[in-house]
Each structure stands twice: as C-alpha cells, then as structure tokens.
Design a protein around this ligand. Structure first.
Ligand SMILES: Cc1cc2nc3c(=O)[nH]c(=O)nc-3n(C[C@H](O)[C@H](O)[C@H](O)COP(=O)(O)OP(=O)(O)OC[C@H]3O[C@@H](n4cnc5c(N)ncnc54)[C@H](O)[C@@H]3O)c2cc1C
Length: 401
C-alpha cells in the first residue's frame, strides 16, 4: 500500500471519522480502523434527533420513530411528547456502514489496523528523507509537523507522516493521550442489552432517574419496534450489575421487561466534558475523542457529525491554500462557537442533577405535573439544545423570576 500519497490520516472509522473524511473534499484521506468491520461492536442506544439524522446525512438503519418520552423519578412519571416525530432509533451497525460507504467515495479505508501516534520530538523528519518524497518532505519541514503515525496491520508495522493526523478514535482516545493532551473529563461506563418480547408503547422511550439504581446518570428503555427494545444505563462504576438489578427489580422496568429475552449485550464508554485542547500542531481530535457529547443525555452523534464537518472543511482549506499550521486552530474556535455553550450549560446542569437526591427529583416532576408544564415542554423542548427550556423550568421550580 502506498501510504505516502495520503495527506490526511484519520484514526477511527466510526461515524465521526467517516464524516470528517467525507468533508476533506480535495485531498487524499486514509481512515484506519482497528476492527475488521465498520459499526461493530455496538456501543450505542441509537437514539438520534431529527436534526441529528439530517446532520448525519440521512443514513440508512432507522428501525423506529419516537414521539416523546416517559420520564420517571422514584415516585412520579411525566409523559412528554405529542403526535410529532422527534427522533429515530437506529441500528448503529447499519448506520455506521452506510456512512462509511458514502465516505468511501472520497476516502480509503484500512481495516484491522491499529494506529499509534509517534512524535517527531526534535523535528528530525529530514533524517527520514529516504521514506518521503521531496514535496512531502518540504511540506513537513516548512510546517514543522510534529506528529506521525505507526500503523500495525496484520503482521506489519508502517510509519506514516501525513500532513494532518486526526484522532476520531472514540471516548478513550489513545491518540489524544499520546500527544499529552490533558484528558480532563469524566468517563462513564455504559451497559446495554437488546431484548425481544417486550410489551411497550413503540413511540415513546422511557428514561428513569432513580439514585438507588443509578447514582450518576440514568437508565433507559428504548423501543425498537416489533416488541424489541434496548435497555441500558450509564454510571460511574459497576454498571453491568446495576443494570441487571434495574431490569429485575425496578417496579416499572421489571413489568415492561417481564417476558424479555436478551439477544445482544454491549458495553461502552461515555465521555462527559469537552477537552480544553483539540488541536495540537498537525493533530486534531474530533467526536467522542474531543468530548463533543451532550453531557445530559450522552448523545454524541449530532454534535460529532456537526464538528466532523467543521474539521473536514478546515483541513480542506488548510491543505488547498498551503496555510500555516496554526490555521488548524480555527477548527477549535468554530466547533466551540457552535456547541461549546450548550456543552458548558449541560455540564453545569449535570453538577446540579448529581447533587439532587430522589426526594428533590420527585419534587421537580411533581412541580411539572402540578403546574401543567407538559404542553410548554412539548412546544419549546429541543433534545439537542435543552438549555433554554431547562433554565426556564428550573428558575420556575426555584421561584426565581
Ligand atoms: C451506552 C452508550 C449509549 C449511547 N447512546 C447514544 C444515543 O442513543 N445517541 C447518540 O447520539 N449517542 C449515543 N452514544 C454516544 C455515541 O455512541 C458516540 O458519541 C458516537 O459513537 C461517537 O462517534 P465517534 O466516531 O466519535 O466514536 P466511535 O463511534 O467510538 O468510533 C471510534 C472508532 O475508532 C476506532 N479506534 C479507536 N482507537 C483506534 C486506534 N488506535 N486505531 C484504529 N482504530 C481505532 C474504534 O474501533 C471505533 O470504531 C452512546 C454511547 C454509549 C457508550
């Protein structure tokens, strides 16, 4: 394989890596993915807002549509939603593969290949002259590129010096860590089972806040249509055992799931909090690797797709115009402008939620019910930008004008 022809190498063939590659329109891009197939293993509940679906480019794989949610606290339930379809449930394996197929019109893939960052600490790229053609060498020397890649593929190891390296390598981003980027964020662990034989209203998801089952996040039951559902939770520790406890003992969940038979189990990590640095020299981080995830719901597909497009566009401009390496920092400014405030709000609100015990969560839902706020939530609620409605609801709850 002629690795030298690639201007950009993206580590991670998830949806965000693929969309980033798709938007580097005029240059040679390689996506390196450690697994032998795109989209597996599953690490997602697959719930995507209507806006999110558009941002992802309307991929295949939707199996159900969602009109709202039952929000449960320990003692109360609020049903939000009406006739309007607000979100879709996806088969992630189908979605990811479809996005990859779309991207493959512009990028190449190397599957079953593991990427590691290598650092050219002393700017010694010129010593590797024999590995690089003259133009590439000149570009790298001029721009002072610091990062290259070592790729393990089958039994071979290759060293690559692309003009830009992109880490789209998910929540634990070894690429970001290797560059010494501080990974100052919370990582929750998720566990989920797909079950069949579930007696559930197909149009509404269930979200459960109950600290006796899950301390730091929430549980969900997401109908997939035709008596299938995904049941899961994220929490800071011991998530698998907590999920089993929830399925077997939670009064509402155990009733919904009483005949359920598991057909797929998955685990995954969820980053809560964005990184302070997402561009360092010729390295950029995007998607979960950069923490571009909604802190209140854990949804990363909408924000990830948005930021992937920004990242792809900036890299394309950088390469097309032979700009200084600092131009890449524009990506960071632009993505923060787009979703930074919403993530920051989510983080602040999450710290309030973490401090609320079950009694206070009950009081909040009771307040919503007593004050007939459901219609207002239906009208103003936006699962991608919850800050407006949550700020207002909480001000009312706390009696602040
Ligand atoms: C339990 C759970 C439920 C979730 N539910 C939802 C939901 O309902 N809706 C939603 O919007 N979001 C959800 N998310 C978040 C969503 O899954 C992520 O935000 C999304 O997958 C991020 O895409 P990505 O491409 O950035 O990363 P990923 O999808 O994680 O892709 C990263 C890819 O990089 C590859 N990789 C990693 N390291 C290397 C390496 N060194 N070399 C080569 N390849 C490498 C991995 O194999 C992987 O394919 C959920 C997450 C969890 C954990």
């Amino acid at each position: 394989m002629d690795f030298e022809k690639y201007d950009v190498v993206i580590i991670g063939g998830g949806p965000v890596g693929c969309i980033t590659g798709e938007h580097i329109k005029n240059h040679k891009v390689l996506i390196v993915e450690e697994h032998q197939t795109i989209g597996a293993p599953l690490q997602c509940a697959g719930l995507v807002s209507k806006k999110g679906v558009e941002e992802l480019g309307n991929p295949k794989g939707a199996v159900n549509k969602i009109r709202g949610a039952y929000i449960h606290s320990k003692n109360h339930t609020v049903k939000i939603g009406n006739e309007e379809v607000r979100a879709y449930v996806f088969e992630r394996k189908v979605m990811d593969k479809d996005i990859a197929i779309r991207a493959s019109k512009k990028v190449d893939f190397l599957l079953k290949a593991y990427g590691r960052l290598i650092t050219d600490k002393n700017n010694t790229i010129n010593e590797k002259k024999n590995l690089l053609n003259f133009n590439r060498l000149n570009f790298l020397k001029r721009s002072g590129n610091k990062y290259g890649l070592s790729i393990n593929h089958l039994r071979d190891t290759y060293k690559l010096y692309p003009k830009v390296v992109i880490g789209a390598d998910g929540a634990r981003s070894s690429i970001g860590k290797s560059a010494g980027i501080p990974m100052n964020r919370e990582i929750l662990s998720g566990a989920q089972v797909e079950v069949v034989n579930v007696d559930i209203d197909d149009d509404f998801v269930h979200v459960f806040f109950d600290k006796s089952y899950c301390k730091d996040f929430f549980m969900w039951i997401i109908p997939m249509g035709k008596d299938r559902a995904r049941v899961g939770m994220c929490d800071s520790s011991n998530t698998y055992n907590k999920l089993l406890n929830f399925i077997n003992n939670h009064p509402i969940a155990s009733e919904i799931l009483k005949n359920a038979v598991p057909v797929e189990f998955s685990v995954g990590a969820l980053p809560i909090g964005h990184l302070k640095t997402t561009v360092k020299n010729n390295l950029m981080l995007v998607g979960d690797a950069a923490g571009q995830v909604k802190p209140l719901s854990g949804g990363g597909l909408y924000y990830g797709a948005k930021c992937a497009k920004i990242c792809g566009k900036i890299v394309d401009e950088f390469l097309s115009n032979d700009y200084n390496i600092n131009y890449l920092k524009k990506y960071e400014l632009m993505w923060r402008k787009s979703i930074g405030n919403e993530i920051d709000f989510g983080l602040r609100f999450r710290s309030i939620l973490k401090k609320m015990d079950d009694k206070k969560l009950n009081m909040f839902l009771e307040f919503v019910i007593k004050n007939n706020l459901i219609e207002y939530i239906n009208e103003k609620g936006d699962m991608d930008n919850p800050s407006t409605i949550l700020k207002d609801l909480f001000k009312r709850f706390l009696g602040i004008n």
